[in-house]
Design a binder for this molecule. Structure first.
Ligand SMILES: Cc1cc2nc3c(=O)[nH]c(=O)nc-3n(C[C@H](O)[C@H](O)[C@H](O)COP(=O)(O)OP(=O)(O)OC[C@H]3O[C@@H](n4cnc5c(N)ncnc54)[C@H](O)[C@@H]3O)c2cc1C
Length: 428
């Protein structure tokens, strides 16, 4: 393949176009500021679209009246989704309230959200390397996977929203935060079924699925380890997203991901047979899509000025430099013990700006599931309400730092919080 190399300068480079990356590009873009978003796949949304996880959890408090706790980017996305007829807003489930969207329309809505703001979108663009001068990021290497064209991007500020610590290993003193004990949560191969009787399926609870799975196992219809699952009926009421298997996959080990993809698809075939035979509303359902990407729940993240802990969440800590509110329980998919653990705190908590400020990197921010959190805290902060909100915060911080000429670490926190509030974010 003939490769052509060129360079491209920009003010802000967003690496990764998942929910957090799209939110970061949306908030960073403004007249006079050039924003480039580089995403390795052919569409935005990351886990939410290519992994078929299209229920936006964490947009509402888990407490009492279930108030909205994620605004700003979440609201901009909701507007685009509503215009496309792809959103069921504020749906009450047994334990929580969520926004439910169609993954295909979600990808289209994210396109509109970032393109309307003038972001320069580089899809099918894999980030392959980076160079630093001391703590300063100088350049990011990319290759377009369609044309083979190599572009070296020279940003003033970058936001690492790749769902893992992509830039940190290239920085001389950048730090990668690995999950404690090297233990990663289980992944899942999510799938979609169509011709579902949505009204009936919506009434099926998680407990009911678990007891039907136990019955199916006793009859030899289920062989997989996982004994629980969740279904989400999509807007329109005739299709459902199903999350019902566990797959072991460490995304840093190439053959693990391949085995997870092939093994995951095998599990989906068994899951779909089970749903058709046992789960009310699925009697005529057809398997219509297996997620093109493996649903990787956990990966390494970037170590930042402050690492959010399980204790912060349990105590509902309110930080003076908070850029986001969280409330989702610590939902841990424990592969090693084959169990799903929920820990509820009884309090909403906040995420500080310092958890987005990488150690050893001057002009880089982290957001989404790449913020600095312990494994326990990650189990809560990884949901999309918080990914959208931290992405929004990182994009706004990058824009303000650029305009004021301040270092990211010296950015006026009051100005950041005031600007986020003006942009519709919810900070307490
Ligand atoms: C099975 C499963 C079920 C889940 N269920 C829910 C749920 O119901 N509700 C909820 O709110 N959350 C759920 N989550 C969690 C949530 O979906 C993710 O944590 C969240 O979407 C992460 O968003 P992100 O933008 O931080 O990262 P991602 O969505 O992972 O996006 C990262 C992006 O970076 C891109 N990228 C990576 N490397 C490179 C590179 N080298 N070059 C260029 N681009 C790159 C990827 O292609 C991707 O688009 C679930 C997760 C899984 C795996």
């Amino acid at each position: 393949m003939k490769t052509v190399s060129s360079t491209l300068s920009c003010d802000i480079l967003v690496l990764g176009g998942g929910s957090a990356g799209a939110a970061a590009a949306w908030s960073a873009s403004a007249p006079g500021i050039s924003v480039v978003l580089a995403e390795k796949t052919g569409r935005l949304g990351g886990t939410a679209t290519n992994g078929l996880v299209s229920t936006l959890c964490g947009c509402y408090s888990s407490l009492g009246e279930r108030r909205k706790i994620s605004g700003g980017a979440r609201d901009a996305l909701a507007r685009e989704l509503k215009a496309l007829g792809g959103l069921d807003e504020g749906v009450n489930r047994d334990t929580h309230r969520s926004d439910i969207c169609d993954p295909e329309l979600l990808a289209c809505a994210l396109d509109r959200m970032v393109l309307r703001r003038g972001t320069e979108l580089h899809l099918s663009t894999l980030v392959t390397g980076a160079s630093f001068d001391g703590e300063r990021l100088l350049s990011v290497e990319t290759v377009n996977t369609e044309s083979g064209t190599r572009v070296v991007i020279l940003p003033k500020i970058a936001v690492d929203v790749t769902g893992k610590a992509l830039l940190a290993p290239f920085a001389p003193s950048g730090a990668v935060l690995s999950p404690e004990g090297g233990k990663l949560q289980a992944g899942t191969m999510v799938f979609r079924m169509d011709s579902v009787d949505g009204k009936t399926a919506r009434a099926v609870s998680k407990d009911q699925i678990a007891s039907l799975m136990a019955e199916a196992r006793a009859k030899g219809d289920i062989t997989q380890e996982r004994g629980n699952g969740v279904l989400t009926v999509l807007p329109g009421g005739t299709a459902a997203i199903v999350n019902a298997n566990w797959v072991k996959a460490d995304p840093s080990v190439p053959l693990d991901v391949t085995a997870g993809l092939t093994g995951g698809r095998d599990k989906v075939l068994e899951n779909a047979r089970f749903f058709r035979k046992y789960v009310p509303g699925f009697e005529r359902a057809v398997l219509s899509c297996i997620a093109p990407a493996l649903g990787v729940r956990e990966a390494s993240r970037t170590e930042c000025a402050y690492t959010l802990t399980e204790e912060d969440i349990m105590e509902g800590r309110l930080f003076a430099d908070a850029v986001c509110v969280g409330s989702w329980p610590m939902e841990y998919h424990d592969w090693e013990r084959n169990r799903l653990v929920y820990r509820w705190s009884g309090k909403d908590y906040t995420i500080p700006y310092r958890s987005l400020l990488p150690r050893g990197m001057d002009n880089v921010l982290a957001a989404g599931r790449n913020i600095s959190v312990t494994s326990g805290a990650y189990a809560s902060s990884r949901v999309m309400g918080q990914c959208l909100a931290t992405g929004h915060a990182a994009g706004t911080a990058a824009r303000l730092a650029l305009r004021s000429g301040s270092l990211l670490r010296d950015l006026d926190r009051d100005l950041l919080r005031k600007t986020l509030l003006d942009e519709g974010a919810i900070l307490e």
